[in-house]
Design a protein around this ligand. Structure first.
Ligand code: COA
Length: 167
């Protein structure tokens, strides 16, 4: 398994993995598939030195991705805070890859200038909850019933990991 910075050529695979997670209604607030064209601008704002997007590649196929997004529209006071997101191909879920990708990004945080890592996820996303607990994230908030997902009211969990300074 290779983990590397994503390129624009990886975007269709990233979008496919993301779209595959929509029907379960547990992972994203998007309710309709997104498109490669519609996400090109989003993809281009990633910066390998500060806000990277990485892919996991197995036998030449992208099977997962992890990325950091600027928190609160990137306002400067939040420069050291980033949101982490992880998406694994359905065929590769539950095999430790999410743990591996997220752990690798956590370890890179000091070099990326990130001191506070935020994870936001629906309150019925038990796998993300378990993964975050395992990696040391702490609960930071729960906004109950703020989303309508497939006709059900769902809440948003916010958890945080403080990254020890190594430099
Ligand atoms: C959430 C996600 C990133 C986790 O990655 P993963 O590779 O499937 O998870 P891992 O195999 O690393 O397992 C993480 C933990 O969750 C548990 N887990 C994994 N799949 C599970 C399942 N289907 N049911 C219950 N627990 C599960 C694992 O046992 C592990 O805990 P443990 O080490 O204490 O046993 C991945 O499942 C995914 O992409 N899901 C769809 C998209 C999504 O929800 N992304 C997060 C958006 S906020």
């Amino acid at each position: 398994m290779e983990i590397r910075n994503a390129t624009e050529e990886d975007l269709p695979s990233i979008i496919e993995i993301y779209n595959d997670s929509i029907p379960a209604g547990r992972s994203t607030a998007d309710t309709q598939p997104i498109t490669v064209t519609g996400r090109m601008e989003w993809f281009r704002q990633f910066d390998p030195k500060k806000r990277p997007i990485w892919v996991a590649v197995e036998d030449g196929r992208v099977v997962g991705c992890v990325y950091l997004s600027s928190f609160y529209a990137g306002r400067p006071a939040y420069d050291k805070t980033a949101e982490i997101s992880t998406y694994i191909a359905t065929s590769h879920q539950g095999k430790g890859l999410g743990t591996q990708l997220k752990q690798a990004m956590i370890e890179a945080c000091p070099d990326l200038g990130v001191e506070n890592l935020i994870s936001m996820y629906f309150d019925h996303n038990d796998v993300t909850q378990r993964l975050n607990d395992k990696l040391g994230f702490e609960p930071a908030g729960h906004l109950s019933e703020i989303a309508d997902v497939q006709g059900q009211k769902r809440g948003l969990m916010i958890s945080i990991l403080r990254i020890p300074k190594t430099k």
